[in-house]
Design a protein around this ligand. Structure first.
Ligand SMILES: C[S@@+](CC[C@H](N)C(=O)[O-])C[C@H]1O[C@@H](n2cnc3c(N)ncnc32)[C@H](O)[C@@H]1O
Length: 193
């Protein structure tokens, strides 16, 4: 059988996505700690944010990434975050407050299809396990927004579940579940590169 060269569409609404992440947020770290955490950390080390930078995380979830970024930018830097879910925002904000870093972090609730930043106002953008939640036609638009806010010389790091050319059974099962239960499993592998 030839591998499929397309990617699944995302059919659930943003309201459904928001409700799903609001329900999931309390359990998110427990569910993902063994599987996703090390890729998030690998992405952060590749982005290699320096002191004084202005950095945005899209889909910051429970705040693991924004916490690391806030430490990396130091007192002269600034970390911004945007996430669809208020539940995730509350958890992430509590982590930042608990670490005494709230002066350098600004978290917002919203859809990252429109980024509330000026052209070229940021040094870097980070996202992990979030690009694959956007529907296929939305992906280039959202990345275009990232390019706009970064301007010339900006850096972006995307950690995503990537679809291999040769489809393994596990990826086929994942795509099948995404097809059948799009509200419960909203991410699917994409051609991230
Ligand atoms: C799979 S979680 C990943 C969380 C975090 N980046 C991590 O790696 O642990 C995806 C996050 O993206 C957020 N999200 C989903 N769609 C979004 C959108 N359109 N705009 C902004 N955030 C979104 C969800 O609320 C959720 O917190």
């Amino acid at each position: 059988m030839r591998p499929r060269q397309d990617i699944n569409r995302v059919t659930r609404s943003k309201e459904d996505a928001k409700a799903a992440y609001n329900r999931l947020c309390k359990w998110y770290d427990i569910i993902t700690i063994g599987s996703e955490g090390r890729y998030l950390q690998l992405g952060l080390s590749k982005l290699n944010v320096k002191e004084g930078e202005k950095v945005l995380e899209i889909g910051f979830g429970t705040g693991q990434g924004v916490l690391s970024l806030a430490k990396a930018v130091g007192i002269n830097g600034r970390v911004y975050g945007i996430d669809l879910s208020e539940g995730m925002l509350r958890l992430a904000q509590a982590k930042i407050d608990g670490a005494g870093l709230k002066e350098r972090v600004e978290l917002k609730c919203g859809d990252a299809m429109v980024l509330p930043f000026e052209f070229g106002s940021l040094d870097s953008v980070f996202m992990s396990f979030t690009l694959e939640l956007f529907d296929t036609p939305e992906i280039p638009i959202m990345l275009g927004e990232c390019k706009r806010v970064l301007g010339v010389g900006g850096r972006i790091c995307v950690v995503a579940m990537s679809k291999p050319r040769e489809l393994k059974l596990a990826v086929r099962i994942y795509e099948w579940v995404h097809d059948k239960f799009p509200v419960y499993v909203d991410c699917r592998p994409i051609f991230a590169r």
